[in-house]
Design a protein around this ligand. Structure first.
Ligand code: SF4
Ligand code: SF4
Length: 230
């Protein structure tokens, strides 16, 4: 079977013998038997650590979970500095967690119910694979957008019963945050953990509205001219 791998500006074709194998197995076959300079990231090899995310035929996948197919085109994640071949630097994407201030600000002692735990259980499963970040079309036009995984984490902490200062966190995601999302759902479609950042961002918008914020796009939007008071 043949697959293509983007290496710098070039596409390189490799012949692999493994069938019914994961993409990660195929990458190791190439590295061990054909070209030991092929560079990619992997760690747990079992879909837990989020290290090996790449794009396959334009869609984000974990290499350790994806079954390789004939003529697959494998590329590094979008919006990340490519260090070599499929290996990317995730530092810039991690900065979004700082920008969004996605952590507890003023924790209070409360009894945590099963319902509280359940409310943010899914978001807590994020493995920081960056698949959603790579899939988000907004980052192509606004590199400062906080992006889906940071905003999902913001939802996780603003929904935490221990947090007594939701207002500060919501204020911190007004610019390059919740209103910049187009709610396209691309992030949700690629998340290997079944997290729904689009829904989380929508929920954050609801919380922001309750705190008196509104979509800044409405303030600049034209509705067809002056209606003269009618
Ligand atoms: S729903 Fe929002 S955060 Fe998710 S990919 Fe679309 S624009 Fe990006
Ligand atoms: S939300 Fe999902 S796709 Fe995004 S970083 Fe977390 S696990 Fe990966």
């Amino acid at each position: 079977m043949q697959i293509q791998i983007k290496r710098g500006e070039e596409l390189e074709t490799f012949e692999i013998t493994k069938t019914n194998a994961t993409l990660l197995h195929a990458l190791y076959e190439i590295k061990n038997n054909i070209d030991n300079t092929l560079t990619f990231s992997s760690n747990c090899r079992s879909g837990v650590c989020g290290t090996c995310a790449v794009r396959v035929n334009g869609r984000e996948e974990l290499a350790c979970a994806y079954k390789v197919q004939e003529n697959d085109l494998v590329e590094p994640l979008n919006y990340h500095e490519v260090q070599r071949d499929l290996k990317v630097n995730k530092e810039k994407a991690r900065e979004t967690l700082k920008a969004s201030t996605a952590w507890l600000k003023a924790s209070q002692e409360v009894a945590i119910s099963q319902k509280n735990v359940h409310a943010t259980e899914k978001q807590t499963d994020c493995i920081l694979c960056d698949a959603c970040y790579s899939a988000c079309p907004v980052l192509a036009v606004n590199p400062d957008f906080m992006g889906p995984f940071a905003l999902t984490r913001v939802y996780r902490y603003t929904s935490d019963a221990r947090e007594s200062d939701i207002a500060t966190t919501i204020a911190n995601v007004q610019s390059n945050g919740i209103w910049d999302c187009t709610l396209c759902g691309e992030c949700t479609a690629v998340c290997p953990q079944g997290i729904d950042p689009k829904m989380d961002i929508n929920m954050l918008r609801g919380t922001a509205a309750q705190l008196g914020y509104m979509d800044p796009n409405y303030q600049t939007m034209s509705f067809g001219g002056d209606f003269g008071g009618f």
